[in-house]
Write a protein of this length. Structure first.
Length: 74
């Protein structure tokens, strides 16, 4: 840490300002990153809707009808 302070002190005031600006930029990027909250994710995923077998039955029926469809020959 002392080495870092020595390097920072050796910079000109303009160089120190650039370092300060860069650190502020890095810190602002990290503030937007949220840590993963497993408990909140589990609660959220419980609310995702699921299709029942009855809901899917219509897709199966339409698939069978589509396969029986005769194409027009030219």
């Amino acid at each position: 840490m002392n080495e870092l302070i020595a390097k920072y002190s050796a910079l000109s005031p303009q160089g120190q300002q650039e370092v300060d600006d860069f650190l502020d930029f890095i810190l602002s990027k990290n503030k937007d990153i949220k840590s993963f909250d497993m408990k909140a994710w589990k609660e959220k995923i419980k609310g995702v809707s699921v299709w029942s077998e009855e809901d899917l039955k219509g897709f199966d029926e339409n698939g069978q009808l589509f396969n029986q469809w005769k194409t027009e020959e030219w």
